[in-house]
Design a protein around this ligand. Sequence first.
Ligand code: A2P
Length: 338
Amino acid sequence: MGYRVAVVGATGAVGNEMLQILHETDFPVDEIHAVASERSVGKEVSFGEEITLKVQNLADFDFSKVDLALFSAGASVSAEYAPKAAAAGCVVIDNSSQWRMDPEVPLVVPEVNPEALHGFRAKNIIANPNCSTIQMVMALKPLHDLARVKRVVVATYQSVSGAGHRAMEELFEQTRAKFLQQEREPKVFPKPIAFNVIPHIDRFLEDDFTKEEWKMRVETRKILDPEIDVVATCVRVPVFVGHSEAVFVEFHEPIDIDDARNALYNFPGVRVIDRPDRGEYVTPIECVREYDVFVSRIRVVPTVPFGLAMWVVADNLRKGAALNAVQIAHKLVEMGLI
Ligand code: A2P
């Protein structure tokens, strides 16, 4: 049996990947609908190489005619439409930040906490975590099982695609303008992004952390363990696709670096590329369109009793967003929940 599926935000950077990945992973689809704003009605998007879909307007889309909707159209759209879709009997997998910390909404990375899916009927909504959180918990989970993570200090190097299509255009236009000795005023980002880095993603909160940094802390706790301490500095860098993270982890118990490497190596969805003697480590360009989370530069931190540092890279549009959402859909089917 197949499912009737809608992708909301289908014209966007993540929505587009959702369609591709549903197709690539052979999700059992009987019907597929591409949905976006009124602006895009009639535009065409592709589903695989052969099928073209006409975009439909979210404002009058009838969710009772679909079984499953993958949302990636921003938090305000999800705030308004996810409950409507859910009330119409449709299961919503939401990529925005809107529902992630709602205690009645599971926040799921299928390799890490699939059991949380059991609670999804409370609201009929499942939240996809933040892109930076997903790749970090993928690398933390096998290590947490070995020696219990106590504290994480992380600095991120996040690509512009995490901020959507217009952000990618802004990097392109500013880069080109620079070579033509012209200036382009920032519109999407608060400062110039070409040839620059910006330690400011999402808004500043009362404690002077940004909301993106807060998300990494609270989401990691919800997914992995409420006792873990996370301190993040989130930085936007002039990379189109692929988020990188320098992650420092302190453990409660002793951890052997070879055991840590093996645990990461054996964890589904993680690939260890770590031969510094041969210059082998991963950069974001190399992980574009890949499904896995890559871990490199694993090393012992000598300044705390039990500490490791590592470099974690993933395609933020795929494992960080669309792939994880589609994997949640597959997991629901596999667990017999839909
Ligand atoms: P549209 O292209 O019609 O504006 P990105 O994150 O790459 O900027 O993409 C955002 C996605 O969310 C796009 O598909 C966009 O559609 C969609 N979107 C944004 N606002 C709305 C809205 N009010 N109603 C429906 N879809 C929306």
